[in-house]
Design a protein around this ligand. Structure first.
Ligand code: SRM
Ligand code: SF4
Length: 566
């Protein structure tokens, strides 16, 4: 008899949850603790929230024999990153009323609030529901926020690609009525048709999180190869024909488990624009049926594909589609970064891309970013577009508002402060890490700016202030700031210690490779200084830092996730 699979704990919780309800009502009503019942901590993720503790306070609270200071992170989906001024204003208010006074713009174009107490969860969710935002499927074993280009290159193709991102997101949103019952007293806004079954996911949803991103060459600022499905728009004479399809990307890994690895998505063909939603559904259902439900460390689509082999996966996909995908069309990516500053379009509207360090919207002495953006939201008539690099585009600015926006930014010290930064700093990404992330071994968002102060000195000394080197830091190997796609990747291994990875390319098409382990700050500077000096002296015209370190033999190129550790 074949062995019965030993399902992971989360699978059992999902199965017993009655479509994500579990005992969340009881958990919320329990005033004795700031936490949820254990099983509900899994389920709450599907509602877009994580139970966390303030890790800065954990040991002191333990000493005082208090339970940890529990609070909740809420991730609010923004498909394609486009939010209205009213939505921005509401997130700003909610962050002050119920959160820790800051908003985090994530690496997937979503909003996060941190520090929301259990008793305030419902009010917070109702608060953003009023402006047609929701957090359903912000986290959990479902399709997450769908990414699309936020850069302000206005064209019909950009609009169509954005609309495709919204359509995919809507189609793959869970249908359970649990979200509306639990948080919104049964009332719902209109993006999905709720039901008490899950026609796409089924009762136990997916084996793991699932991610989709779209890009329009030559820009890959959504890092599509890091996604379970990456879609590359193919256009001809300004008309969108369809998408090249890549499958099986994902960056998470676990130290000490070489069977886990970051992997970039494989290009498998071309799909016509009107069939892209169906294609995504079919890939999702293969992963639903074939993905590993026993070991969550091996359950992403990337491992499913490597287990069965790409040809078998493609054959199954073609069968479920009812036709064979056409061969992929030629395309070329040049960069995975945002283009900062002002730009304009033929319609007379302006766009301003602002660098947001660590994606954190807050006020600092002399730099009242949060106040400035709230003031702008009160009169701006375009959008607030969140980029996949944790930055912000004030898009579609009316001619009459351009100088007013600039004046507000200047008055609050936001403009032109960011213009003086090195390209290294403007391209930098750091994940949240401490104090809220339970997974963090080391600092990232709170520390990278200080490290960059020191690295900037090296960069400037070697005349590299304009060199757009990609540096990315995370507090653990899960990969939330996509560090394995950094030309310089720093991944936290212990307090104050980082592994250094080198050799990704600037367009997000090659993973990097481990160069040194367990470096402290002195070690990082000691290792990087001669490399940067060498790069300044011997790089070829237009050669990226990642390409240079490979050409000079500092590291070998990673050609597939399966040789990442080699
Ligand atoms: Fe992430 C888990 C933050 C983008 C891979 N991620 C987490 C958690 C929820 C920690 C946890 O499990 O308790 C972090 C919450 C920290 C906090 O306090 O806010 C967290 N991830 C983030 C964000 C906020 C980082 C940021 O600073 O912007 C990003 C939110 C994106 C969003 O809006 O949905 C974020 N996470 C990513 C990305 C990048 C991407 O998707 O482009 C990745 C790598 C790509 C991928 O999925 O492979 C990523 N996060 C992970 C993983 C590893 C998954 C894996 O397959 O191994 C985990 C851990 C897990 O799932 O078990 C994780
Ligand atoms: Fe937390 Fe690790 Fe993700 Fe950073 S990479 S936010 S430390 S899970």
């Amino acid at each position: 008899m074949p062995d019965t699979p030993k399902l992971s704990e989360v699978e059992i919780v999902k199965d017993a949850s009655n479509y994500l309800r579990g005992s969340i009502v009881e958990s919320l009503g329990n005033r004795i603790t700031g936490a949820l019942n254990h099983d509900d901590t899994h389920l709450i993720k599907f509602h877009g929230s994580y139970q966390q503790t303030d890790r800065d306070l954990d040991s002191e609270r333990k000493r005082q024999k208090l339970e940890p200071l529990f609070s909740f992170m809420i991730r609010v989906r923004v498909p394609g990153g486009a939010a209205t001024p009213a939505q921005w204003q509401r997130m700003d208010e909610l962050s002050d009323t119920y959160g820790n006074g800051t908003i985090k713009l994530t690496t997937r174009q979503a909003f996060q609030l941190h520090g929301v107490l259990k008793r305030d969860l419902k009010n917070t969710i109702q608060g953003f529901n009023d402006v047609l935002l929701d957090s359903i499927a912000g986290c959990g074993d479902v399709n997450r926020n769908v990414m699309a280009p936020a850069n302000p290159h206005e064209s019909a193709v950009h609009r169509q690609v954005y609309e495709a991102a919204v359509a995919i997101s809507t189609h793959l949103t869970p249908r359970t009525t649990a979200y509306w019952e639990l948080w919104l007293n049964g009332e719902q806004h209109s993006t999905t048709e709720p039901a008490d079954e899950e026609p796409i996911y089924g009762k136990t949803y997916l084996p793991r999180k699932f991610k989709i991103a779209l890009a329009i060459p030559p820009y890959n600022e959504t890092d599509i190869f890091a996604n379970d499905i990456g879609l590359i728009a193919v256009e001809k004479n300004g008309e969108l024909l369809g998408y090249n399809v890549a499958v099986g990307g994902g960056l998470g890994m676990t130290f000490g488990l070489p069977e886990t690895y970051p992997r970039l998505a494989d290009l498998i063909g071309f799909v016509a624009a009107d069939k892209v939603v169906d294609l995504c559904e079919k890939v999702v259902t293969i992963q639903r049926d074939w993905g590993n439900r026993e070991n969550r460390k091996l359950s992403r689509l990337k491992y499913t594909i490597d287990r069965v082999g790409l040809p078998a996966f493609q054959a199954e996909l073609n069968q479920r589609l009812g036709y064979d995908l056409a061969p992929a069309r030629p395309y070329r990516f040049e960069s995975s970064t945002d283009a900062f500053g002002w730009s304009g379009d033929a319609a007379g509207l302006s766009h301003l891309t602002l660098f947001i360090e660590g994606g954190r919207i807050h006020n600092l002495p002399g730099y009242a970013l949060k106040t400035a953006l709230a003031e702008i939201a009160a009169f701006h008539t375009g959008e607030f577009r969140l980029t996949g690099n944790q930055n912000l585009v004030l898009a579609n600015i009316e001619p009459a508002h351009r100088s007013r926006i600039q004046a507000v930014l200047e008055a609050h010290g936001v403009w032109p402060a960011t213009l003086r930064l090195t390209a290294l700093r403007q391209n930098a990404l750091a994940c949240v890490a401490l104090n809220t992330c339970s997974q963090a071994f080391a600092e990232a968002e709170r520390y990278l700016p200080q490290l960059l102060d020191k690295l900037d000195a090296v960069i400037r000394a070697h005349g590299l202030a304009e060199a757009g080197i990609l540096i990315r830091m995370t507090g653990c190997p899960n990969g939330c700031a996509r560090p394995y796609l950094g030309e310089i990747g720093l991944v936290g291994k212990a307090v104050g210690r980082y592994n250094l990875y080198l050799g990704a390319n600037y367009a997000g098409e090659r993973l990097n490779k481990l160069y040194r382990e367990m470096l402290d700050e002195d070690g990082i500077l000691r290792e990087l200084t001669p490399l940067l000096a060498d790069y300044a002296a011997r790089r070829q015209p237009r050669e990226g830092f990642g390409d240079f370190v490979i050409r000079q033999g500092y590291v070998q190129a990673t050609t597939h996730g399966q040789n990442f550790h080699a």
